[in-house]
Design a protein around this ligand. Sequence first.
Ligand code: FAD
Length: 465
Amino acid sequence: MDQADVAVIGGGPGGYVCAIRAGQLGLKTVLIESDRLGGECLNYGCIPSKSLITVSKLMDKVREAERYGLKTTGTSVDFAQMQKWKSEVVARLVSGVEALLKGNHVEVIKGEAQVKTRDKILVTTASGTQDVSAASLVLATGTRAISLPGLEIDGDLVIGSRQALELTSAPKRLLVVGGGAIGLEFACMYQKLGSEVTIVEIMDQLMPGSDPELVRLVARKLESRGAHIHLRSKVASLTKDGGIATVDIQAPEGRSRAAFDKVLVSVGRKARTENLNLRELGVQANEQGYIVTNKKMETNVPGVYAIGDLTGPPLLAHKAQKQGVVAAECIARLPSAADWTVIPEAVFCDPEIATVGLTENQARAAGYSVKRSRFQFAALGRALSTGDPEGFVKIVSKGDDGLVLGAQIVGPDASNLISEVALAMEMGATVKDIALTIHPHPTLPEAIMEAAESAAGTPIHQMKT
Ligand code: FAD
């Protein structure tokens, strides 16, 4: 290709979506990816983890089968088949991305990009090197997992999320270091697949920074199934011997020692900027190493954009995708800008957690007069009839006019439910708008309607407060 209009480095959800949109807009686009199209999300993150979580949930239901009047005997997990199915899901999605890029006339170069100057990228491919130059450059190289001293990932006994997705059996004793979203998803999943789980978290709650009420239910469920959760704790030492890790855990109540068959380290991620030559380019990064952009995804250097995880938390695929669209549209000189007032987040632990907008405390801190309403899944027909009555929906709205400011959900299918509130917020809806919307019965979204009815002062299935 001669000089391109746009060169995108990194083919994850940020980069491939940006390239597709740029192609749709008639821009001559080249996408450079060193590994697999789809990036972390499709290949090593969202999709494979949710596939395995699906199997673990099924297994969990089967264990409870007798309660529902189902006779099952000898059900067990065939890890090889489970991994095969997961890989098929991933492969199907990756080939879909390939087809979309091709269909939108994006040139894909498989290779490692090194930014030399603002308009020269050196790409090392399997067959040699190639220069690429483009009028606009989009950096979308994502993040990589970090480790801790003494807990370096060896890929065998001490593993990261990538290896945790490839295990051929459930570790008998699994230590999860780091109780954030990723650690928690794996903890719940492997517990259901048969592991005895221990979690060590340095902060005073799982998923630090999130609403403690939401996380409490997840912690309680993990513990009720035998998990050990150590908060305000850290791994003081780890020794490996004969395929076993002996770990000293320093907790507020003292030090304890335990043996584990696998140690999963999920303590955070850092920006992948090593090949981007940021200093030479003059591109500004913040103290954590994430690239700073404005709402058009422009960096401080004209013509250089950054999107996705590379721009910092929240590290979410759908945020990366939105940023990709915005960058492409801005390059095409369309009026487009990112706005993060409404960005849903979902954690696929058990029960699931999903949030959007402001929490009650955040809304108060922002100066709103706040109304908080709530509905328990235990009072909902559908939640009871699916055997998942734990959790609640909480809606935060403005006290004066009922404008929806946010929602927090913990419970069945929270990840799917949250989109209704996100849409309500996008549309500037009030709790009355949600309450007046007829929801099909019996369904889980009725919990959102019920919480909204409560906020609007018209609750039916709970007492008026
Ligand atoms: P990435 O997906 O990281 O893609 C960056 C790409 O750039 C990679 O493919 C990489 O190979 C390529 N690259 C890097 N450097 C170069 C170079 N020099 N030359 C060429 N190519 C390069 N998010 C959610 O929203 N929901 C979830 O359920 C979820 N689950 C997750 C589970 C796990 C276990 C993990 C690890 C992450 C999860 N995430 C989830 C986060 C999600 O994966 C990221 O937010 C998303 O992938 C970010 O997209 P991105 O395009 O910014 O970067």
